[in-house]
Design a protein around this ligand. Structure first.
Ligand SMILES: NC(=O)c1ccc[n+]([C@@H]2O[C@H](COP(=O)([O-])OP(=O)(O)OC[C@H]3O[C@@H](n4cnc5c(N)ncnc54)[C@H](OP(=O)(O)O)[C@@H]3O)[C@@H](O)[C@H]2O)c1
Length: 277
């Protein structure tokens, strides 16, 4: 499995598994668990969840999926902004740990910026780190200005990732935020990397992928993974889709293919306010 290096030097899988909307339909539970387990078995050991997803049901499902294989998984979860006060973050983490049936979260993210000052949230994260309840902390949906503010608070420089909306149709971060993260060796975790499947119906992408003997999902994920510091976390509950997505890791996006994709999905020419889903 291709890897991405955290600021600590630890390597994590470049292709992981998202879990938004998992755990919400009891009829799909078995398939969702089986797909997550299969994903871990074939190297997609990074699993992304959040206390928000299904009001904790996604975390519960992940907890069930990783029983007996916790050490093979790099577990990412997220705290709601309204729970991100110094004390709130401790309580939210305890609840997540209970649902995940584990004693630690590998990477704990502030889901988006809310009203709590960064200094408080960072202080809560540091307490959790000292207690061994989380190994690293990071953020999500923070634009460049927010990152600069975060970097200026005590301990803010210890941020381990920024999880962002990034795919062929959402390239705004390439203008300034992504280069800034790369310069600071801060990995970016690309969420909705196939635009919640909408990208797969793009006629131009379908045509180019067919010409290359690839699937649209394989090509669009390989494109996200072409940059060294970027992790992609597609969500699938379908084992056929999983096998399709994992092929992205072996797929090379040559400069010619990249140029074709730039024609279909032009890169930004000026700053674009951060988009989120
Ligand atoms: N930090 C944030 O604010 C934030 C926001 C959004 C998402 N996320 C995280 O990022 C993860 C991924 O984003 P996402 O779930 O929004 O969207 P996504 O991964 O871009 O797309 C997921 C959708 O694509 C389908 N799919 C996946 N692989 C496919 C394939 N090979 N062929 C056809 N369809 C395929 C899935 O259906 P099947 O299950 O049927 O395959 C699902 O409907 C989330 O699950 C979540 O963990 C974070």
């Amino acid at each position: 499995m291709k890897t991405v290096t955290l600021p600590s030097g630890e390597k994590i899988p470049a292709l992981g598994q998202g879990t938004w909307f998992m755990g919400e339909d009891s009829g799909r539970r078995k398939e969702e668990i089986a797909t997550l387990r299969r994903g871990v078995d074939i190297g997609l050991g990074l699993i992304d969840t959040a206390e928000m997803y299904g009001d904790g049901r996604s975390e519960e499902l992940v907890g069930e999926a990783i029983v007996g294989r916790r050490n093979d998984v790099f577990l990412v979860s997220k705290v709601y902004p309204h729970n991100a006060s110094r004390e709130g973050v401790l309580a939210a983490c305890e609840r997540s740990l209970r649902r995940l049936k584990t004693d630690r979260i590998d990477l704990y993210l502030l889901h988006w910026r809310g009203g709590v000052p960064f200094s408080e949230t960072v202080s809560g994260f540091e307490t959790l780190q000292r207690a061994g309840k989380i190994r690293y902390w990071g953020v999500s949906n923070l634009d460049l200005g927010d990152m600069l503010e975060l970097a200026a608070v005590p301990g803010g420089g210890q941020v381990a990732t920024n999880q962002l909306l990034y795919n062929l149709t959402r390239r705004g971060i390439e203008f300034d935020l992504l280069p800034w993260c790369e310069k600071h060796r801060l990995p970016v975790m690309a969420y909705s990397p196939i635009e919640q499947a909408r990208l797969l119906r793009h006629a131009g992408l379908m045509h180019l992928a067919a010409e290359l003997g690839q699937t649209p999902s394989q090509l669009s994920l390989a494109w996200v993974l072409r940059r060294d510091g970027v992790v992609a976390i597609p969500k699938t509950s379908n084992s056929r889709h999983l096998e399709d997505n994992v092929r992205a890791v072996e797929t090379t996006v040559t400069p010619q293919i990249e140029a074709e994709l730039d024609k279909l999905f032009p890169p930004p020419k000026r700053p674009v306010p951060l988009e989120m889903l």
